[in-house]
Ligand binder design. Structure first.
Ligand code: 5GP
Ligand code: MN
Length: 317
């Protein structure tokens, strides 16, 4: 199905946009990129963004300071967009989605079956930001919009490294950097750079990791106490699972952090031998074949045992 965003918003006076809880670069980039586009093309409409507070590294994207992180009561929106997730992962913004007169869901997660009146779900495309690029009139693209979309693409493709990068992704990236923003600095400051404590807690998680299943899988966990000790939040733990996956011989990496008593947020990364989207879906989560996540309850050992059963099934062990 093709989606004509501007046609769908033609009569709209109030438009809302949101993305998933714990917003990542793709979520922030696509949401703010779409906001800039709609404001430019439909100057008569009010276009608002609602998100959980994103990491400060994204503050340079236009619209960042205007993001509503409080989710106050609102009149129903004429059109409400869910980006990079289905309705069920919108968190507090889900109420706006449910009440809106028209809902549009744009996503690239294979686990999303489409929760809008209109759905544009393309699991074969590497990022939602790339989908926004595909859906906009490129004559309207400007430097700020290009930067937002570019940041989204680099975050979900690991700076054009992961297998979700296609020749088309690279061509779009080339066109985007043509707008003249300092892409090298943005890659460094939003993707690679870490604070000292972020590096310390990563070091600790790597130190304490355990390999299992003939050293083809690895798991590491950070508990609440350790997070409190380093004074970090979930945002500071990003990147640990990728580092675990970089280890030679590892087909599946698991990183977990404690969210509550006997509750863990689980991140999964894999190579072509394991489809972690299927593993995560089994526990009520989702994501992509090689990067997925879920929330699990139970002791750390129970969680790892349950995960490894499903991983082993796929690896024929
Ligand atoms: P991460 O491990 O970086 O948090 O997430 C990896 C991928 O899995 C992302 O595409 C993310 O959106 C997805 N994901 C992570 N956790 C969940 C979850 O609990 N539910 C669903 N549906 N997707 C998730
Ligand atoms: Mn994404």
């Amino acid at each position: 199905m093709n989606l004509d965003i501007l046609k769908e918003c033609k009569e709209a006076k109030r438009i809302g946009i949101s993305g998933h809880i714990r917003p990542d670069g793709d979520c922030v980039g696509s949401v703010l990129g779409l906001q800039m586009y709609l404001r430019k093309c439909i100057p008569g409409a009010e276009v608002k963004v609602f998100l959980e507070k994103p990491a400060d590294i994204f503050r340079e994207i236009r619209g960042f300071d205007e993001i509503d992180t409080q989710f106050p009561e609102q009149e129903p929106f004429d059109v409400f967009f869910a980006l990079d997730s289905g309705a069920e992962r919108l968190g507090e913004a889900e109420k706006y989605f449910r009440a809106a007169k028209k809902t549009i869901n744009i996503d690239h997660h294979i686990s999303n079956s489409g929760s809008g009146n209109l759905n544009y779900i393309k699991p074969e495309v590497g990022s939602t930001s790339e989908l926004i690029y595909d859906l906009i009139d490129l004559d309207k693209l400007d430097r700020d919009m290009a930067m937002a979309i570019y940041i989204g693409i680099i975050h979900d493709t690991g700076v054009f490294q992961y297998s979700n990068t296609t020749p088309e992704t690279m061509e779009k990236g080339a066109k985007l950097i043509g707008y003249g923003f300092d892409f090298a600095r943005l890659i460094q400051e939003t993707f690679y750079q870490k604070t000292y404590v972020q590096t310390q807690i990563m070091g600790r998680a790597l130190m304490e990791s355990i390999r299992f299943m003939d050293n083809t899988c690895i798991v590491s966990m950070v508990d609440r106490k350790t997070m409190d000790f380093y004074d970090v939040t979930a945002k500071d733990l990003e990147g640990i699972v990728n580092q675990l996956r970089n280890i030679k011989g590892i087909s599946c990496a698991i990183f977990m952090y404690e969210t509550d008593v006997l509750e863990y947020k689980v991140s999964l990364r894999s190579d072509e031998k394991v489809n972690v989207a299927e593993v995560a879906a089994y526990f009520g989560g989702g994501g992509h074949a090689r990067a997925a996540g879920c929330t699990m309850r139970g002791t750390f050992h129970d969680c790892v045992n349950n995960l490894s059963l499903h991983i082993a099934e796929q690896m024929d062990i």
